[in-house]
Design a protein around this ligand. Sequence first.
Ligand code: SAM
Ligand code: SF4
Ligand code: SF4
Length: 366
Amino acid sequence: MKYPIYADIALTQKCNLNCSFCYAKANNHSKAEREILKLEDFSNIFDQLDELGVMRVGFEGGEPFVREDWLDILKEADKHYFTYFINSNATLIDDQVAKQISETGVDKICVSLDGSCAKIHDRSRGKYGTFNKTIMGIKNLLNNNVNVDGVITLTQYNQDDILNIIKLLTDMGVNNIVIMLLAMVGSAEANKSTCNLSYSKLKSIILKLTDLKKEKIIIPDLSIVPVGEGIIPWELYLPFIEENRMEDIKYWIGTERLDTLESNCYGCTAGKDNFYINAFGDVYGCSMMTSIPSLRAGNVLKQSISEIWNTSKIFNQLRSITMDELEGKCKECEYLKICKAGCRACAYSATNKLVGSDLRCPVEEK
Ligand SMILES: C[S@@+](CC[C@H](N)C(=O)[O-])C[C@H]1O[C@@H](n2cnc3c(N)ncnc32)[C@H](O)[C@@H]1O
Ligand code: SF4
Ligand code: SF4
């Protein structure tokens, strides 16, 4: 049995913002009042992560800094072997908080910035006044020597602002920038018409960014992260194959990573070498699955993580489905061996089956 090397953990389900596409909002609006994990629960979870050999943890939420005891949790994490980073909207990071962060073992804060101006960022984040706070948060972190990655979640809101956001982040001294592609799960699925990007727009953005990387006009380390997918997800594959520019995929994917293409398993890694724990202790294959209760693998307050990892029906399914078992357009697709069938959370959200197709993809059913 392969053990997990990576875990995402939500410190809270609560958030001070209201992004219309947020996958975590399903937990935020949970009707039944459930208790969230306490400091001692995290201590217990961290001990188990060390025992399992988990190397890296990403803390997220909700907004992690909404939680009053965030510093105690990080101090607890610092007693353990794994390294960790935090995803944050940075609106609550004043100079004092940034200083406290700098005194922990966190190696970076991944700050979401969705617009180069208040109009775009605040619309995307669902609350006026957010842009100035996020920019201040980034500055406070940098002033206190905390590493910052910029995370741009690509949607209709910022589809024409990407280059400006990259410039703004670069000018502030942020050299690692990630463009997150949208998973159609949770509230993103419900608000698809206002947030989802058309494939033609996505393609033109990817090709434009590739040209700028090629000409060395984009200096920072810029990556595109399709959610929970294989090594060559359709979002990166299709634009280049359609334009007969496959050699340019190397600007986004290291060619040494293409070796694993022969395996017959689909590409999504959820439950294979990583997992997610939400603020109530529920365990899922990845964070994008948290809005889908039927994909819950267990709960850390009731079982050990090792037991969930080894015996959960969902995890076993996630690991054992082969590409021959897929249904719908992915099964028939000529690109299946390369793309490896997109995102399983999106496929489940759209078809109610783990073996269904990722319907975000523009390839038509034959
Ligand atoms: C859920 S948030 C939690 C941390 C923090 N509140 C923040 O916004 O950065 C983590 C990241 O996931 C992104 N995100 C939210 N919903 C998403 C979705 N449906 N698909 C892809 N990324 C999403 C957010 O924009 C953010 O960059
Ligand atoms: S993406 Fe982050 S900031 Fe936006 S609603 Fe979700 S948890 Fe809050
Ligand atoms: S139809 Fe499925 S296998 Fe084919 S490119 Fe799209 S997501 Fe990948």
